[in-house]
Write a protein that binds this ligand. Structure first.
Ligand SMILES: Cc1cc2nc3c(=O)[nH]c(=O)nc-3n(C[C@H](O)[C@H](O)[C@H](O)COP(=O)(O)OP(=O)(O)OC[C@H]3O[C@@H](n4cnc5c(N)ncnc54)[C@H](O)[C@@H]3O)c2cc1C
Length: 458
């Protein structure tokens, strides 16, 4: 590339081999750039491995950040088409009890609103079950106070396997991937990042992509740039077997929920394990200090136990990670889970450095595309993104249906306005509620049978 200094060996060096960095490495390599990824540990070993392992649109963001649900569902659709062999459709049941703050009509309204986004990621429309059918679908659930449930589906994946498959694809397109290779600093000369320092010597590059997850602020600080990151800690209990045939979402009893409000716990059966969690608590100042407190495990168990005649407590371990959230700390309930790509040349007058962070595993492909577009502009590379056109194993991907993204103007306008973001989300839900009641009045209540779940969510 003409813009590289003579000492440069790579067009792009990516710091971080979680799902974000792996996606960027694949995209850069597919656009013909000489690419290197450095990962201090193993592929996806930090936040990505500690996730709930869902490729989802973010049902709960419909309450306060609808555009994030929209964008994430849109990109999840691409992930389903390029990584389909690594994903499994999981039916998830949301039981509603008479003492829950949100009754079944409100919960079904939320799922009706989500159905529109489900279509983007090849999800199925939700189903509603009465109490008797819910008890058939979820063995061991307590009957007392149970009103019914709503069933929907999300994709589960092996998160580390998804990282490895992206890295495998990146390698096949020519990228070099070094695991167990930490970046220890940045080579900064005359306001430009010219390379990465490692224990085995400096590596020259045209652009450094900082994809170090919860560590992005530390990495950017090596070049004198500052990023505000809010860490939110999340723990899961990990069981060494599948506890249920379906996934569950349970409302934590109000009595044990800190600061009131609503908290939910997922029970997610994977191929050979079950994850129960996560918590969502203020994280440490330094991501290296992310540890799970013993109270978190108790809180998770206390959240699910009241609903079962006997919920096992023999979990094998507790898994913890810190979500890197790029939103000003404030009302934590309203923190956006959207992603950002920072051009440090425009922002901090440090050329040659791009940071990508925030977001979810469920929109990693779009995060990578946005970051790689910027890398291309910086290096004068004229190549478009193809990560949605080819599967991770190298086959042509199925054609994408023509779902629209939300308007760029609206996304930018609401980005820094959390209260307006919430108002925007709630006004849509208000309409959904009106439609829900109108539908019930005109068409009556439609209830499904438990034995219909498997066929519907196949
Ligand atoms: C509890 C929890 C549950 C979640 N559940 C979901 C979910 O179900 N679905 C979903 O879509 N999202 C989920 N998320 C969010 C998702 O996990 C993250 O958005 C995503 O994994 C972040 O990936 P990343 O690559 O940016 O960060 P990471 O996975 O943390 O990767 C960053 C990597 O950078 C490396 N690194 C750091 N510094 C250096 C350095 N100096 N040199 C070399 N390497 C370095 C680290 O070792 C690390 O591997 C969850 C998050 C948490 C915490």
């Amino acid at each position: 590339m003409s813009s590289l200094s003579p000492a440069a060996r790579f067009d792009a060096v990516i710091i971080g081999g979680g799902i974000t960095g792996a996606g960027v490495a694949r995209d850069c390599a597919m656009r013909g750039m000489k690419t290197l990824l450095l990962e201090a540990g193993g592929p996806g070993c930090k936040t990505t491995a500690a996730s709930t392992h869902l490729i989802h649109g973010g049902l709960r963001y419909l309450l306060y950040d609808r555009l994030t649900t929209h964008v994430t569902s849109w990109d999840s659709g691409h992930i389903v088409r390029v990584a389909g062999n690594l994903l499994t459709r999981l039916p998830i049941i949301w039981p509603v009890y008479s003492w829950h703050r949100h009754g079944i009509e409100t919960v079904e309204t939320l799922l009706e609103a989500y159905d529109r986004f489900q279509a983007m990621k090849e999800g199925r429309p939700h189903l509603r079950l009465d109490a008797a059918e819910t008890l058939k679908a979820v063995p061991g659930l307590k009957a007392e106070g149970l009103v019914g449930s709503v069933a929907f589906d999300e994709w589960v994946t092996d998160a580390v396997g998804l990282v490895e498959a992206n890295l495998g694809s990146a390698r096949r397109h020519g990228a070099e991937v070094r695991c167990g290779a930490a970046a220890t600093g940045l080579l900064v000369s005359e306001g430009r990042v010219a390379g990465v320092l490692t224990d085995s010597g400096p590596i020259g590059t045209g652009v450094v992509v900082n994809a170090s997850g919860p560590w992005i602020a530390r990495t950017a600080a090596w070049a004198g740039a500052s990023i505000e990151v809010t860490l939110r800690k999340g723990s899961h209990l990990v069981y060494d077997r599948r506890l249920f045939p379906v996934g569950l979402i349970m409302q934590a009893p109000a009595a044990i929920t800190p600061q009131g409000g609503d908290r939910y716990v997922f029970v997610i059966p994977l191929a050979d394990r079950t994850l129960v969690g996560p918590t969502d608590l203020p994280g440490p100042a330094d991501p290296d200090d992310t540890v799970s407190d013993p109270e978190e495990a108790s809180w998770i168990l206390d959240s699910v136990r009241p609903y079962f005649t006997g919920f096992p407590a023999d979990y094998r371990r507790v898994m913890v990670g810190s979500r890197p959230i790029l939103d000003a700390a404030g009302n934590e309930k309203l923190l956006s889970r959207g992603f950002e790509v920072f051009d440090h040349e425009a922002r901090d007058r440090v050329a040659g450095l791009v940071t990508v962070g925030g977001g979810k595993m469920s929109d990693f492909r779009l995060m990578a595309e946005t970051a790689t577009d910027l890398v291309c502009r910086k290096l004068g590379v004229n190549a478009s993104c193809r990560t949605h056109l080819e599967t991770l194993s190298g086959q042509p991907a199925a054609a994408a249906p023509g779902f629209e993204m939300p308007s760029r103007f609206l996304q930018d306008f609401l980005k820094k306005r959390p209260r307006l973001r919430e108002l925007h989300a709630l006004s849509h839900l208000g309409w959904s509620l009106a439609r829900h009641w109108a539908g019930q009045a005109c068409l009556g209540r439609r209830l499904a049978r438990a034995d219909h779940l498997a066929a519907h969510f196949r």
